[in-house]
Structures are given as C-alpha cells and as structure tokens.
Design a protein around this ligand. Structure first.
Ligand SMILES: NC(=O)c1ccc[n+]([C@@H]2O[C@H](COP(=O)([O-])OP(=O)(O)OC[C@H]3O[C@@H](n4cnc5c(N)ncnc54)[C@H](OP(=O)(O)O)[C@@H]3O)[C@@H](O)[C@H]2O)c1
Length: 318
C-alpha cells in the first residue's frame, strides 16, 4: 500500500508576531508543518500553541537573524524535527522612526542588520538546504516603501530597497545555473501588527502606520500564494500598485503625496500605540498577530482576492 506523502514544511523567521505569526496560521490551516524562528521564547511558545491547536506539527528555534551561525543551527533543529524545508519565509524585521539626523548610528545600523542582512542570512541558510535538493521557495517580506522611500523611516526604506535588489540579483544567478529554487519578494502596504509598538520612535510620539492599513490576514494569504506560485515579485494591495505606478510616471507628484502621507500622516499623537521597543531585545510578553490599529484596518484586498481566484482557476494556488 503506498504511503501518503508527508505534508510539506514551512520555516518562518519572525514567526512569533505580526505578519509571520499570521502566515504560520495560514500554512497550518492548509496542513503544512510549521517551523518558527525568533529571539523571544514567550512569543514563540504562544505562536506554536496557536499552530498546534490547528492540528499540525510545529517546532520552534530561538535565533537572532543577524547571527548566521545561530540561524543555520535553528534551521538544522527545525528540519530534524519536521523534515526538509519547502518554503522559507524571511519576515523578521524592525523599525526606527524619526528624522535621519535624529536617529543614532547604532539604531540605524541595527535596522539594516536585522531587516536587510537578516533577510540575506535567512536566504543563505535556506539556499544551503534547497540548492542540493534543487527545490524550494524563499519568500522575502519586503515593503511598499521600495517604490518611494518613506520620510522618518530612512533606515527601513534603505534596508527594504536593498532586500528588493538582492532578490532581483539572486534570481538571475539561480536562473543562470538552471536552479529550480525560487526567490519571491512581496511588497505589503501598512499592516496592523505590533510592528509600530516594537519600533523605536524619535518623533516625540509613538509610531503608527500610514493609511490605508490592512489586517495581517490579507498579507498572510498573499504570502501563501507567493510561496505556491514562486512569482519573482508580488505587490500586495491596489494601494501599493497605484503608488508604484505613480512613482514611475509622476515622481514629483509622488514626492508630494509622500510628504502628505509620510510626514503629515505620522505627525501628531492622534491614534497611537503603547511603545514597547524590541529593536535590540525581544519582548518578554507574547505580542500576537495584531496591532492596535484594527478599527480602520481593511480585512480584504481586491487584488489579493483576484490573484487567488486566477491561481485557483489555473490550478496553481488554493
Ligand atoms: N507592519 C507593517 O506595516 C509592515 C508593512 C510592510 C512590511 N512589513 C514587514 O513585515 C515583516 C514582519 O513585520 P511585522 O509587522 O509582523 O512586525 P512584528 O509584529 O514586530 O514582528 C517582527 C518579528 O520579527 C522578529 N524579530 C525582530 N528582530 C529579530 C531578530 N533580530 N532576529 C530574529 N527575529 C527577530 C520578532 O520576534 P522577536 O522580537 O521575538 O525576535 C517578531 O517575530 C517585517 O519585515 C516588516 O518590515 C511590515
């Protein structure tokens, strides 16, 4: 009697909070085995409990994505517990808000180390598992800020632009060696996660997302689709698509819009969140998938729904 194939394995850095945590739930509901990586044990334990309650195998490993050796050890631990990784998602990231001149060099460097080099390190580890098997997909969670850098987020904007260029260059290298390993970069809009509470702010008030804000479930569904399709790049939401188009055809107008949204939109203490920065150390309490901006957050994106619909029609997604 033929044995049923074991369910595939996804490993998610930054899987203890926000987008990573929500994405873990989407994969678990589809029957995947889930490996989670982050620095904080309480957050990892809470995320693992949630995944386990969905009836799939889950394993966690503590690692800082800036530490390549720790990340490789984490991957080995997770593969030993769950099996070979099919999809690796780089979702660990952080932010520091404030004018460039007000951000200490140490903090700027940390955002770059985690958000950019953490993605590079994760990709290197994932490739070390996937290239010998000549299969697998790496999804890098980037941001809409790559289409025009966001003022008061210079370190983050630079790091995300680097993530995009890194993915573009690597894809060509993999294609050149006829590898079947895929690298997909996704560009979410602002998302209602604890990211803003976790950030450091030098603005005089806590950070908050630039509207329109989406719930992380929308982003998680798109990441799941990107992992299944292995598309080179995927914009998530019509807002980011319009923004990307505008920045190409009317860069001056884009600068004005950015000034309005990026500076004025983040000014003043309107709706805020309690700051609990985790830029240099993880939180002692689990933070969950959602932030405090849910009241106006969109639960649905026409673009993501259409993409999923057409993927289902063509038999490449679910
Ligand atoms: N929220 C948004 O509006 C938005 C929009 C576009 C893109 N993104 C991107 O989406 C990704 C996830 O962000 P999020 O909104 O889900 O934020 P989040 O809720 O703050 O989650 C960040 C995750 O990264 C982990 N992490 C942070 N520093 C780490 C390090 N040095 N080593 C290992 N893990 C680390 C955190 O766990 P520990 O603290 O326990 O390590 C946590 O699991 C980030 O790359 C972010 O840039 C977010």
């Amino acid at each position: 009697m033929p044995q049923p194939l074991p369910s595939p394995v996804v490993i998610i850095t930054g899987g203890s909070s926000g987008i990573g945590r929500c994405t873990a739930g989407i994969f678990a509901r589809a029957g995947w085995r889930v490996g989670l990586i982050a620095r904080g044990t309480p957050g990892l334990a809470a995320a693992a409990d949630e995944v386990r309650s969905l009836g799939v195998a889950v394993a966690v490993a503590v690692a800082d994505v800036t530490d390549s050796a720790a990340l490789l050890a984490a991957a080995e631990t997770l593969e030993a517990a769950l099996g070979p990784v099919s999809v690796w998602i780089n979702a660990a990231g952080n932010g520091v808000y404030g004018r460039f001149v007000d951000v200490p060099e140490r903090e700027f460097r940390q955002v770059t180390e985690v958000t950019y080099l953490g993605t590079v390190n994760g990709t290197r580890v994932a490739l070390s598992r996937m290239r010998p098997r000549n299969s697998g997909t790496i999804v890098n969670v980037c941001s809409g800020v790559v289409f025009h850098g966001l003022p008061l987020m210079t370190s983050y904007s630079g790091a995300k632009a680097a993530v995009r260029a890194f993915g573009q260059a690597l894809r060509v290298e993999l294609a050149f060696e006829r590898s079947r390993v895929r690298v997909s970069t996704v560009f979410p809009p602002a998302v209602n996660t604890p990211f803003f509470a976790h950030a450091i702010s030098h603005m005089g008030w806590p950070a908050r997302p630039v509207p329109p804000v989406y719930q992380p479930d929308v982003i998680a569904r798109a990441i799941f689709l990107a992992a299944r399709l292995g598309r080179p790049e995927m914009i998530i939401s019509g807002t980011v698509s319009c923004f990307a188009l505008l920045s190409r055809i009317a860069p001056v107008w884009t600068g004005l819009v950015i000034r309005r949204l990026g500076v004025d939109g983040q000014r003043g203490p309107q709706q805020t969140t309690e700051a609990m920065p985790t830029v240099f150390a993880p939180s002692e309490n689990p933070s969950g998938a959602y932030g405090t901006f849910g009241r106006h957050a969109r639960r649905w994106s026409l673009q993501v729904t259409l993409r999923r619909f057409f993927a289902r029609l063509s038999g490449t997604g679910n």
